[in-house]
Write a protein that binds this ligand. Structure first.
Ligand SMILES: NC(=O)c1ccc[n+]([C@@H]2O[C@H](COP(=O)([O-])OP(=O)(O)OC[C@H]3O[C@@H](n4cnc5c(N)ncnc54)[C@H](OP(=O)(O)O)[C@@H]3O)[C@@H](O)[C@H]2O)c1
Length: 298
């Protein structure tokens, strides 16, 4: 009998949730670290997932969560500061527990000289795992497909048929969490070929925001218009939405990087690792049609 056990953090979030679905579909045993014991945690228990409740900034809780674990997915919310602290606690606990491999969620803009505090922290977070000496695979995705559904963007698409962000004429190939979940699962189940690797992850089709708006519009059956917002207007809008300062500093900085081409590119890594091509924008929107209907409350 296989006693392997996989710890998934961010289990109620987009990529953690997708990784759990992918692991369960392969018959793997999963332990989920959830931040809050709510209906989402109960839903995981109902799927035979072992649920532990804890904070990634609580080193003792992290040590307990990693006990007896074979491989682990580490993801920390970009809305919060202290990613490097959380990474150090996790790396230390994983060493103590003799964990075989870690998949670390980073991002394409992780650089030693990144302007975004969060992107800079991702770069140092990668190094913390490297220095810990545990086999690790770093994921560096471009903007997620889920970006379309975030609170600073979805209401204007749904209510005003308007995609309005400071993307200028930058390009990216949006990647869905479901595809990343399959990558995470595949790497955890067979870590050796991926140990020490850093994977930039892209979706199926690279496009600018004119093309993105058109693709969303075609899927919705109504035209969606793109309007290039200024960084200043965007920053003021985010502040008005009451978003955390750390997050605002991050996304304003990454849109600046986006405009300079840092999020562009494509590759076939998702298909190579999972055997499946990543999802297209059209398929994602159709799979989530109800989200894009009018009357989303801002
Ligand atoms: N979005 C993008 O376009 C993009 C692109 C590249 C890289 N990334 C990276 O992807 C990561 C985010 O992944 P995601 O979108 O899958 O995450 P997500 O959907 O935002 O989910 C975050 C998860 O972390 C949990 N959480 C929050 N604070 C926690 C804490 N202190 N301790 C333990 N758990 C906590 C949340 O639980 P609650 O809901 O209960 O708070 C939630 O389950 C970030 O590191 C970001 O830099 C994102």
């Amino acid at each position: 009998m296989n006693h392997d056990l996989y710890l998934i953090t961010g289990a109620t979030g987009d990529t953690g949730g997708a990784a759990i679905t992918a692991l369960l579909s392969k018959g793997a045993r999963v332990r989920a670290l959830v931040h809050r014991d709510d209906a989402r945690a109960s839903a995981l228990r109902a799927r035979d997932v072992e649920v532990v409740v804890g904070d990634l900034l609580d080193s003792r809780a992290v040590q307990a969560a990693l006990q007896g674990v074979t491989g682990a997915y580490f993801v920390y919310p970009v809305t919060q500061a202290r990613l490097i602290d959380a990474t150090a606690y996790f790396a230390h606990a994983a060493k103590l527990a003799g964990v075989r491999s870690i998949v670390n969620m980073s991002q394409i803009s992780a650089k030693v000289d990144a302007q975004s505090e969060a992107a800079l922290a991702h770069w140092y977070g990668e190094r913390v795992f490297d220095w810990a000496g545990i086999p690790v695979t770093h994921l560096r995705p471009t903007f997620f497909m889920e970006w379309l559904t975030y609170g600073f963007q979805l209401p204007s698409i749904a209510n005003d048929d308007l995609l309005r962000v400071p993307a200028a004429s930058g390009r990216h190939a949006p990647i869905a969490a479901v595809d990343q979940g399959r990558v995470i699962s595949s790497v955890l189940l067979d870590p050796a070929p991926h140990a020490g690797k850093t994977y930039p992850l892209f979706g199926a089709e690279e496009m600018d925001h004119e093309e993105l708006a058109q693709a969303v519009g075609r899927a919705l059956g109504r035209p969606i218009r793109y309007e290039a917002e200024s960084l200043e207007s965007f920053e003021a809008r985010l502040a008005q939405l009451g978003l955390p300062e750390h997050f605002i500093q991050h996304i304003v900085s990454v849109y600046r990087a986006y405009q300079a081409g840092e999020f562009a590119g494509t590759n076939d890594i998702v298909e190579q690792i999972t055997g499946q091509k990543p999802m297209q924008v059209r398929d994602y929107v159709i799979a989530n049609l109800q989200l894009f209907q009018p009357e989303v409350v801002e």
